[in-house]
Design a protein around this ligand. Structure first.
Ligand code: HEM
Length: 419
């Protein structure tokens, strides 16, 4: 017997597209309940919100990813049958491979690569009248991502691949041309990276055997087989594409620095821990992913509802980051809130919740935090620029979203970083 609220109507996919990020949050408030039923994508869906809901959502005895991610998202954003869709031992084995790449040593080398690119780009920007940070940081990150993973890239093609990785991310909440752009970008990049994998295997491309490209090219599955070259390419792109996606956070972070000059000053002066709190607040305050999906693996009861095997369940990510029960004055940008944050794996979930190693939580969360720290420090301490009048607002209806003007800078002047 179910006692949870149910939204009436044949289907609410249209409302999801119209309302965007706060779709689940709006209904949590309307029904005054952290769990409710609705219909989207022509099926019954249960939506969960809050820390307790997140704990259940990440219980892999109750849920599975198989069948939870729509084909259109796999064909644009993440690749078909990739790690995001796997369950059980096969997932844990693949995830162990991803997490083996996230050592302190490799994060350190990533930081060096990032700093070098920030310096090179700032020298280039000094010669330009105007810089559009969102676009420039995509290319900057694409260079870093290729260098860090060991994927060789032609100088003349970097911008082009950066645009393709961006198009895949930009497609995730889209219907129509934006979705098709993402699909075309995926087809092109899979072809390119598949050839890279084949060439690494044949020894035509020599990369360090600790590099992510080498590790993925020679990774063996539970049957001790190498991955199909296309699958290996998809997983390598699962590093490259989201690294370029950090451009969204860098751009939002630049907006936050601009709108909060005191924060900028604290970062530049090196106030203890402030840089980390600032980066966390950027990931909390600015929207990226709206929700996550799982399918019920076995029937179970929880929160006044009998979950039936196969039902699609959505976990509210955006709403969790803006919930006044969890965050005081959630609509204020306030980095100091992270001074007192207890560090729960289920209340702050901009890149998923639960455990990085055993669950589906983002494999690149530490990479994201480190890349953001380097970038926010660089923007605050080593770069001066004017911010001309522009529209820095962002829509909550568009998924993903970014500041409308993409953050334009003028009169950029760089300062040398002490090595
Ligand atoms: C998974 C967000 C950056 C690699 C995820 C998930 C989210 C996410 C929401 C799904 C979590 C879940 O299902 O529970 C983001 C955001 C990023 C980012 C917002 C920054 C803009 C990165 C980076 C990398 C990365 C930099 C790699 C270097 C992955 C991988 C998965 C994943 C491999 C699949 C994990 C699994 O299924 O076990 N990410 N991510 N992400 N992310 Fe990220």
């Amino acid at each position: 017997m179910s006692t949870i609220p149910e939204e009436k109507g044949l289907d609410h996919s249209y409302h999801l597209l119209q309302e965007g990020f706060p779709f689940i949050q709006n209904r949590v408030e309307k029904f005054n309940s952290n769990i409710f039923k609705t219909r989207v994508m022509l099926q019954n869906v249960v939506c969960l919100h809050g820390e307790e809901g997140a704990k259940v959502f990440y219980d892999f005895d109750k849920f599975m990813r198989f069948g939870a991610i729509p084909g259109r998202i796999q064909k644009s954003l993440m690749g078909e049958n990739a790690i995001q869709t796997m369950d059980g031992d096969a997932h844990r084995h693949r995830k162990a491979m991803f997490m083996s790449l996230m050592t302190p040593h490799s994060l350190h080398s990533l930081n060096r690569l990032l700093l070098d690119q920030w310096q090179a780009f700032s020298q280039k920007w000094e010669q330009l009248e105007e810089v559009v940070l969102f676009e420039e940081s995509q290319e900057l990150l694409c260079r870093v991502a290729c260098a860090w993973t060991g994927v060789p890239v032609n100088e003349s093609e970097v911008r082009y691949w950066a645009q393709d990785f961006t198009a895949m991310v930009d497609a995730f909440g889209a219907v129509g041309p934006r979705h098709w752009r993402g699909r075309r970008a995926r087809r092109r990049t899979e072809k390119w990276v598949e050839q890279v994998v084949k060439d690494i295997r044949k020894g035509k491309i020599i990369v360090s055997n600790q590099s992510p490209a080498h590790v993925i090219a020679f990774h063996r599955d539970l049957e001790d087989e190498l991955l199909d070259p296309r699958m290996a390419a998809i997983e390598l792109i699962n590093l490259l594409r989201p690294m370029v996606a950090i451009a969204w956070y860098i751009t939002f972070g630049a907006v936050a620095l601009h709108e909060h000059p005191v924060a900028r000053q604290k970062i530049a002066e090196g106030e203890e821990n402030y840089l980390e709190w600032f980066v966390q607040e950027v990931r909390r305050y600015y929207p990226f992913g709206p929700f996550l999906g799982n399918r019920v693996k076995n029937d179970f009861s929880w929160g006044g509802h009998d979950f039936q095997k196969g039902t699609l369940v959505l976990l509210d990510m955006y709403g969790a980051l803006h919930d006044p029960q969890i965050w005081e004055h959630p609509d204020q940008f306030y980095p100091y809130r992270f001074r007192d944050w207890k560090g729960s794996a289920y209340d702050f979930i901009p890149q998923g919740g639960g455990d990085h190693f055993t669950g589906h939580r983002c494999a690149g969360e530490w990479v994201t935090i480190e890349a953001m720290k380097v970038s926010m420090l660089y923007l605050s301490k080593y770069l001066e620029y004017d911010v001309p009048p522009q529209d820095l607002s962002f829509s909550l209806h568009r998924m993903p979203t970014y500041p409308k003007s993409k953050f334009i800078m003028r009169q950029v002047r760089g300062r040398q970083v002490a090595q």
